[in-house]
Design a protein around this ligand. Structure first.
Ligand SMILES: C[S@@+](CC[C@H](N)C(=O)[O-])C[C@H]1O[C@@H](n2cnc3c(N)ncnc32)[C@H](O)[C@@H]1O
Length: 280
């Protein structure tokens, strides 16, 4: 499967209602609590321009426009998600501060240096050309602007076979990278890591939540569940494999902030790494 097919497949999967049934509005571990934590580390101020790359149904961008009073743009590969996000902006009375576009993270349809901040939650792990997406984040950021990412981390060599297929790729697992590799590819694009945090517990919690919701749907809406095409035979072993991989440190979730270099040549301070005690 080539890069374009992978993007389409991922976008199609995340346009399906079963994803909202299993995950709720926020399609990433930690939900809006982790999004707020990320936003707090981006030094956002009212009126700033913020881009949410792979904005899904718009939850992150709308939260930023509402709670942080920024002007938020969201871009997602799935036209159905763009339409839902735009509708949600109107319903929330935020259409003047939040706009959504269909497009590709690897070819952002924005001018150079227009955003004060770029966020990308649970999506860089799925992009086929990660260096290209990182270069695009850097291109659209103003000098000194900040990038905020929350994403799946993985040690690809230690992933069990159950977590290596196309379904796992779409589920943000099979092409996830170690946190150090994300920091390196961002550095190559001129984005200096400021902070990283471990949020593995949030991923563990999401796996439990998916399992509980699947079990509930089996009882309350078996016909609806059957229509979604979820492989109910395979689901328990995939969820178990994911849970074990998190426990073994093979799979995780992390928050990272970075800053676009301003062209200064003095040595940057080393990034800080923290392990919050409580899952976000
Ligand atoms: C796991 S969901 C995360 C959505 C959102 N960031 C959130 O946290 O709720 C991944 C999203 O990435 C989008 N996506 C996948 N490939 C993309 C690409 N190349 N450009 C833009 N969006 C993409 C999918 O359509 C999907 O909405």
């Amino acid at each position: 499967m080539n890069g374009e097919e992978i993007k389409s497949c991922c976008a199609d999967a995340y346009s399906r209602d079963i994803v909202a049934l299993l995950l709720g509005d926020s399609y990433h571990p930690g939900g809006t609590t982790l999004t707020r934590r990320l936003a707090d580390r981006l030094a956002l101020a009212p009126g700033m321009r913020v881009l949410d790359v792979a904005s899904g149904r718009g939850t992150t961008a709308l939260l930023l426009a509402d709670a942080y009073r920024v002007r938020a743009d969201g871009i997602d590969y799935a036209p159905a998600n763009t339409a839902l996000a735009q509708g949600a902006a109107q319903a929330a009375g935020l259409a003047d501060r939040a706009a959504f576009t269909t497009g590709d993270a690897e070819h952002l349809p924005y001018e150079n240096a227009v955003f004060n901040a770029v966020v990308c939650e649970c999506a860089l792990c799925t992009f086929p050309d990660k260096p290209r997406a990182a270069a695009e984040f850097a291109r659209v950021l103003k000098p000194g602007g900040r990038l905020g990412i929350t994403d799946v981390t993985a040690d690809p060599d230690r992933l069990p076979p159950r977590l290596r297929g196309l379904t796992s790729r779409i589920a943000c697992i099979a092409d996830a990278r170690p946190l150090t590799e994300y920091a390196e590819l961002l550095a190559a694009a001129g984005l200096r890591t400021l902070l990283t945090e471990n949020h593995d517990a949030a991923l563990h919690h999401m796996i439990d939540q998916i399992e509980a919701r699947l079990n509930l749907l089996r009882i309350t809406a078996p016909d609806r569940l059957a229509e979604t095409g979820v492989d109910l035979e395979a689901a328990p072993s995939v969820l178990d494999a994911a849970r074990t991989a998190v426990a073994d440190g093979v799979l995780g979730y992390a928050l990272l902030t970075a800053e676009k270099e301003t062209g200064r040549h003095d040595a940057p301070p080393p990034p800080t790494h923290t392990h919050p005690r409580r899952a976000a």
